[in-house]
Design a binder for this molecule. Structure first.
Ligand code: M6R
Length: 596
């Protein structure tokens, strides 16, 4: 997720913008930059400074300029989407004559066709980004007309040489907030950056645009709706949620949407994955896949194996990354190895990747942290674009990983994709959001079950790994013993544990194994075990066996874990809170496990 910061007022703008970018650091980024005017020496035009990597690198680069009285400045932290993280792709971007400079958060979906048109008109481009197009569009058509030509999403802050005392802004689909101080104005991607600086803000709505200048905030005919901002930094980052974990669970729909955006085209029965373009020809020769990952990413990987075998007809092995490096498996030809990691820095996964690279396998990554070690050391891959995950328990990353695994397996050469499945995949984000609306009743159920000290989570097929992930969530943040099991295995051992004090959480989705799971539940019920079921809307039968039911919308079988895991994340969260634990920082755990 990119971050935008801008300032206009009587103070020095550059240090303010830099400090505000720092506050947006939690959104994640791979490069950053600022643009500003050097008053009074403004014939020098717009100054642009950029740096790759940590904000401190940008800090060092702008150090020499801090004493200049730049009273207006725009800044940006970039999370790469189009084009690798380097200085030319970092924002701010400029037009042909360096008279317009802008920062952008969002995506210009029609950037390729716009680029062709602008090139014909004589514009020359310096980066591979979609954003640079906007600078040239404004140069060619002016601010208002340029916005009309963009298909996609944007939050924009723009400065231009002719009006150095003004910053233009606009929002469509990507967040942008205006901060109103005393004779000074700010722009920021979220209120986090403004906490402690201003008491009044305008949360811009889609389609709103305007300017900030020393003469005030102007939004055409729209009367800005000014709201009070009473937040400290941490609360601002949590956006009103009591914990990052809950905020991130509630981002579930949005992260899946972000993973599918610009990649999934159901009407054309098409999936486009820019990150795999360079290896498309090699993929066609692959006849065997290995997936390796840890923890939550590993559970996503098990679902990935099922997807690859089901849809791409590709024999796939799934390995715990911590075992992979020590396992002396035979060397295979035409093998690809896929590594899944939210942080991109997990030591075990990195070590497994290095083994696969040394075997000359075609290594691929599904990584959330852009520019991380795993992203760099794999030959190709697909980013999650889920934004930073701060809660130690992985939640939104899991959903995003499943979305990307669906995309890759359905995109694989000769895969069995069909329009209906792609249409159904496109509906998943709103279905996740409808599950999230049930949070109150899930909270009540969590309170009811919080007293138990052992749980069994069961599921079959695609929902067996979801059951293991649900159990992991409960273990991590509530410190309750929970085991994830394939429902069919109950009778081979674990059923011995069942009594009235040992509840079972069962995922019972329509599909090939529905009846089988019901039979497994009958066996549990006969032994007095309490049952909480996650079932599909309209399933009345489930009420005859389960004590409690959480319904999720119906979907196609391979997509069911994307919905069934959401109530399990909420259930674990609310039990952790009910037990008084620090759910964002569970004991003994670290967000990024960089040791073996
Ligand atoms: O960053 P990674 O996805 O590589 O991390 C892997 C595991 O350490 C991680 O999923 C861990 O299991 C989480 N705490 C799960 O909530």
């Amino acid at each position: 997720m990119c971050g935008i910061a801008a300032y206009i007022g009587k103070k020095e703008g550059l240090p303010i913008v830099f400090a505000n970018l720092k506050k947006l650091e939690y959104r994640g980024y791979d490069s950053a930059g600022v643009a500003f005017f050097n008053f009074p020496d403004d014939e020098l035009g717009i100054n642009v400074i950029k740096a790759v990597g940590k904000l401190d690198s940008l800090g060092k680069a702008i150090d020499g300029h801090r004493s200049l009285p730049a009273t207006s400045a725009i800044g940006h932290t970039r999370w790469a989407t189009h084009g690798v993280p380097n200085e030319s792709n970092a924002h701010p971007h400029i037009d042909c004559h360096k008279e317009i400079s802008l920062v952008h958060n969002g995506i210009v979906e029609n950037y390729k066709e716009l680029k062709v048109q602008l090139t014909k008109l004589g514009h020359r481009f310096r980066s591979q980004t979609d954003t640079e197009i906007i600078a040239h569009l404004i140069e060619e058509y002016g601010f208002d007309q340029a916005l009309k030509k963009i298909v996609g999403a944007y939050a924009l802050a723009v400065i231009n040489k002719d009006e150095p005392n003004k910053i233009y802004f606009a929002r469509l689909g990507s967040p942008l907030v205006v901060g109103i101080g005393r004779g000074e104005y700010y722009l920021a991607s979220d209120a986090t950056a403004l906490a402690g600086l201003v008491k009044r803000v305008v949360y811009l709505k889609d389609g709103q645009k305007g300017t900030i200048s020393l003469n005030g905030l102007k939004m055409g005919r729209v009367r800005p709706r000014i709201e009070r901002l009473d937040m400290d930094l941490e609360n601002a980052q949590k956006e009103g949620y009591p914990h990052f974990m809950l905020k991130e669970i509630f981002e579930g729909g949005e992260v899946v949407r972000a993973a599918l955006r610009g990649r999934l085209f159901p009407k054309k029965n098409l999936i486009k994955l820019g990150g795999l373009e360079s290896v498309e020809a090699k993929l066609a020769r692959i006849n065997r896949l290995e997936i390796a990952a840890c923890g939550t990413s590993y559970y996503a990987g098990i679902i990935g194996k099922m997807l690859f075998e089901d849809f791409a007809n590709l024999p796939t092995e799934i390995r715990l990354a911590s075992e992979y490096r020590y396992y002396s498996s035979p060397l295979h030809k035409n093998t690809s190895a896929l590594f899944i990691s939210q942080s991109g820095e997990t030591a075990d996964t990195l070590a497994a990747l290095s083994k696969a690279n040394s075997r000359k396998y075609l290594t691929l990554g599904i990584v959330n942290a852009v520019g991380s070690s795993i992203a760099r050391e794999t030959v190709a891959g697909v980013y999650n674009h889920a934004g930073p995950e701060i809660g130690v328990a992985s939640t939104k990353a899991f959903l995003s990983q499943l979305a990307v695994l669906n995309l890759i397996s359905l995109h694989w050469p000769n895969s069995r994709k069909n329009k209906r499945l792609l249409e159904e995949l496109a509906l998943v984000p709103s279905k996740i959001e409808s599950v999230l609306k049930k949070s109150k009743s899930i909270k009540a159920l969590a309170r009811k079950y919080a007293r138990y000290n052992n749980f069994l989570y069961i599921g079959r097929g695609y929902n067996y790994p979801a059951a293991m992930e649900g159990a992991l969530k409960l273990k991590e943040i509530s410190y309750i013993h929970a085991e994830g099991y394939a429902a069919g295995e109950m009778k081979h051992g674990p059923i011995a544990l069942i009594d009235k004090n040992f509840p079972t959480v069962a995922i019972v989705m329509p599909g090939r194994v529905y009846e089988k799971v019901i039979s497994n539940l009958e066996e549990i019920k006969a032994r007095g075990g309490p049952i909480l079921a996650i079932a599909a809307q309209g399933d009345r039968n489930i009420k005859t066996v389960a004590d409690d039911v959480i319904y999720v919308p119906k979907t196609m079988e391979s997509l069911t874990p994307l919905l069934s895991i959401v109530p399990l994340q909420l259930f674990a969260y609310y039990i952790g809170v009910a037990r008084g634990h620090d759910v964002d920082k569970p004991r003994n755990l670290a967000k990024s496990v960089t040791v073996e």
